[in-house]
Design a binder for this molecule. Sequence first.
Ligand code: V47
Length: 351
Amino acid sequence: MASGERLSASDALILWEQAPLWRLGELAVARKRAVSGDKVFYNKNFHIEPTNLCVFNCKFCSFRRPKGSPEAWDMSMEQVEELVRRYVGSGSTEMHIVGGVHPEHGIEYYCDMIRRVKAILPEAAVKAFTAIELSYMIRKAGLTTEQGLRMLIDAGMEAIPGGGAEIFDEKIRLKICPDKGSTAEWFEVHDTAHRLGIKTNATMLYGHIEGVEHRIDHLLRLREQQDKTGGFNAFIPLKYRNFGNSMSEIGEVPIVDDLRTLAMSRLLLDNVPHIKAYWVMYGKQTTEMALAFGADDIDGTIDDSTKIYSMAGADDKRPKMSVAEMKEMVARAGFRAVERDTHYNEIEETL
Ligand code: V47
């Protein structure tokens, strides 16, 4: 590493398991500084989660409800529009649309949804649908991945979030989400999007039954993809939260494991510019610490618009963070908060 060589799987394992925590932080922050200096990015965003009905039944998921459950929801198009109207004039630059994989809706429905939300808030980018949702709607329509993505892009989709990656190792994936779209499908969607000029994010669900070697394998598969297409904007490690799902007997990993995972993500993914500490999932205190371990993005204002993590046991039941609060957090960690849009263009502060 000191010689500028890329980390191999075996070196990464040694570093991950044996390096002192402070040293990992030091190495990761040095890498972060080389990429983004003293900046830590945030955005003004909100989520739309149109439904928690889902054709898949992932064991780690606390969000899904079966049809007929009193806790299931399935928003109408009018309800989606009503939600978006609340943000007119708010300065939001991103709408993050993700939900369950609905059994009935087709790709036309999702194109219509994108067109309608864009008509209400044209200044906000649509970052929409995990690769698993995309793959399902595109296959259902009998289209190739390229044809399907082109339709959604024409409707106004500008970026793709990182969800659905879970863990790429096929054996572990089969145990935690046996009926979900495969690793190959996830890569097929991201690879095609990159080739069409659409930037995407990538995630990794860690801290359940996988080992460090599976996390390294996951990160190296992403590094290889990034070498080919360069289309990943950000990587987001997602800590498994154990409330209210069918793997609840598995405990949650300690915070030091989160910090090592963040630092190792920064060091292994030497070709991915941004490492995001998603504050909704970590909670605010761990997110502040994450900035000492190579993260340069904390995600956004959220405005109490996502339920995936509160339903899985995250501390904030109604997650929202003001710009002032984000700036204070970043300053306490010794960095400078910079507002960005979905494409990481910096947004100048208006006084
Ligand atoms: O794919 C579900 C994860 C993801 C649990 O791209 C869980 O900017 C932990 O991908 N414990 C969806 N994680 C969320 C996601 C995301 C979030 C924020 C920003 C971006 C981005 C992407 O949530 C799922 C799954 O990996 N998840 N259940 C759970 N119990």
